[in-house]
Design a protein around this ligand. Structure first.
Ligand SMILES: [Ca+2]
Length: 189
């Protein structure tokens, strides 16, 4: 009996330590459901967006994880449909506007000129606005029901210690006004 209690209290302490370190590396923003145009499908409606750091800081498993939850699961999309989940990052307060756009999108070259060629597909991408809009692709991402997630090597955005960000969804490539947009949040690694 004594042993069991000891084990349980140890687990309790470990969970406390883990949860406190996890929250120190998480930036979560809750967005209202139903705040998009009524003609827009609910899977463009952001209900939660999050950025958190993972890994042991040795570099091998280190990542910044960008995630988003939508008001409805994303269905099988047609090839003429564009869906973009964006995390716009302001990593440099001295420069106006966001420096990076982290992207998970469903596209073809017809719905977005910078989409990789071939049949309609999901892809991850990173736009570097400070470098004149240079775009590179990101291989680690997941689209699962109402959740979109992307894992990024921090070095690809200059390994910032902190940055401000907003989440957005788009139904057209480079759509000037997003379908939905979160409030400004701040992330600290
Ligand atoms: Ca919303």
């Amino acid at each position: 009996m004594f042993k069991r209690r000891l084990v349980l209290s140890f687990v309790g302490i470990s969970m406390l330590v883990m949860s406190s370190s996890a929250s120190a590396h998480s930036s979560v923003t809750i967005d209202p459901a139903g705040d998009i145009a009524t003609s827009t499908p609910p899977y463009y409606d952001i209900v939660k967006a999050k950025i958190h750091a993972t890994g042991d800081e040795t570099g091998v498993h280190e990542a910044i994880v960008f995630s988003m939850n939508l008001a409805a699961p994303i269905p099988q999309l047609s090839s003429s449909t564009f869906f973009g989940a964006n995390w716009l990052l302001d990593t440099n307060a001295a420069r106006v506007g966001p420096e990076y756009n982290v992207i998970v999108r469903w596209c073809t070259t017809a719905t977005h000129p910078r989409c990789q060629p071939g049949a309609a597909h999901w892809e991850g991408a990173l736009n570097d606005f400070a470098a004149g809009g240079t775009q590179t692709y990101v291989s680690m991402f997941a689209v699962d029901g109402d959740a979109v997630t992307l894992w990024l090597d921090p070095q690809r955005i200059g390994s910032p210690g902190r940055f401000d960000w907003i989440g957005a969804t788009r139904s057209r490539g480079a759509q000037p006004i997003p379908e939905d947009e979160t409030e400004l949040a701040s992330f600290r690694r």
